[in-house]
Design a protein around this ligand. Structure first.
Ligand code: UFG
Length: 331
């Protein structure tokens, strides 16, 4: 299939582009390079430096490249920033996405794969999370993702759009061959910060809260390898053949891992001590978030290849040790 990957130069999008190529599809990337890296996309993949909200440019690409399906990864994803600057999140994550959907429908492209998030569940009452549990986001970031999920349902009914929304848990790791990896600016994610603390590139890690009601007092999260995530996006394609299909899947390994366990894994894999201090809780962090991904496993035949935190951290370490400055300059 000819697949337009919106945000294909970003962290998850760029890994998905490589998995698409490996699976015999033809990815085409659009990315405005605000957060993406040109170097994260192979030179032989068609690349357009375009905003997803630019309906006339996107419409032309849909037609010229004979696109069959669109994957959308181009959202802002800093929870804290979304609380302080909600309009930025509503305009990019909702308004621009609606523009993308409008031009897709106008051009007759009716298959869509959407990056959603476990942040749509808010602070869940029960764990692990299944797709049918109530969604009640506690920040604008999660709300914008839920708003798009709801718009997609309406478009499936009204216009026969077929879509799958994947609710990611904690995307982590890097390509197995070390070619691409995680390079955010600013970086807020635990694994790259712990690696950088271990190598001395950044100051000691601050552990956000040691008094949670969890076995070791730190938060539990479900770290899932970025290539495992990507493979689920491709496994869903055949289900989208039927017009009006509306699918939602959690994607996580189902294994809760604490902040301390991540620190230990980074220490073990890198062979270096991870310097850290114990600090107060970070606002808005739920104590535990982990997935029941049986639905993706049963319906898509999805299998997690990287099923331990060490195996995920190993791939991240391969990328970070070979690329201490990430991709370098953005353009
Ligand atoms: N953490 C620290 N110190 C740090 C950074 C993180 O202790 O310097 C802790 C956090 O408190 C959390 C865990 O490490 O318990 C993981 O934090 P990340 O920032 O790596 O990831 P989050 O779980 O906060 O965020 C993820 C996704 C978001 C999504 C969110 C939903 O990256 O996109 O889950 O809650 F919105």
């Amino acid at each position: 299939m000819n697949v337009l990957v919106v945000g294909g130069a970003g962290y998850i999008g760029s890994h998905c582009v490589r998995q698409l190529t490996a699976a015999g599809h033809r990815p085409v990337v659009i990315d405005n390079l605000v957060f993406g890296h040109r170097r994260a996309v192979a030179p032989d993949v068609p690349f357009y430096d375009v905003n997803l909200g630019d309906e006339s440019a996107v419409g032309k690409i849909l037609v010229d490249e004979k696109i069959d399906l669109v994957m959308h990864f181009a959202a802002y994803a800093y929870v804290g920033e979304s609380v302080h600057d909600p309009l930025k999140y509503y305009f990019n994550n909702v308004v621009a996405t609606l523009g993308l959907l409008r031009v897709m429908l106008a051009k007759g492209v009716k298959k869509f794969v959407f990056s959603s998030t476990c942040a749509t569940y808010g602070i869940p009452e029960k764990m692990p999370l299944v797709e049918t549990m109530p969604q009640s986001p506690i920040n604008p970031y999660g709300q914008t993702k839920l708003d798009v999920e709801n718009a997609l349902k309406a478009l499936a009914l009204a216009h026969g759009l077929s879509f799958s929304a994947f609710r990611y848990f904690n995307a982590a790791g890097a390509a197995e061959d070390g070619a691409i990896g995680e390079d955010h600016d600013p970086e807020t994610h635990l694994i790259p910060l712990a690696i950088d603390a271990a190598t001395g590139k950044r100051p000691p890690l601050q552990v956000f809260g040691i008094d949670y009601p969890t076995p070791d007092g730190t938060c539990l999260r479900d770290y899932v390898h970025v290539d495992d995530l990507s493979r689920a996006h491709i496994a869903v394609f055949e289900k989208l053949e039927k017009p009006g299909t509306a699918l939602f899947y959690n994607l996580g390994t189902g294994t809760p891992t604490s902040v301390r366990e991540v620190i230990n894994a980074v220490g073990k894999v890198t062979g270096k001590k991870v310097p850290y201090t114990e600090g107060p809780r970070r606002a808005g962090d739920p104590p535990a978030l982990y997935a029941d991904s049986s639905k993706a496993k049963n319906e898509l035949g999805w299998k997690v290849k990287f099923d331990t935190i060490e195996s995920i951290v190993e791939t991240a370490w391969r990328w970070h040790s070979a690329n201490p400055d990430g991709f370098g300059k953005r353009k």
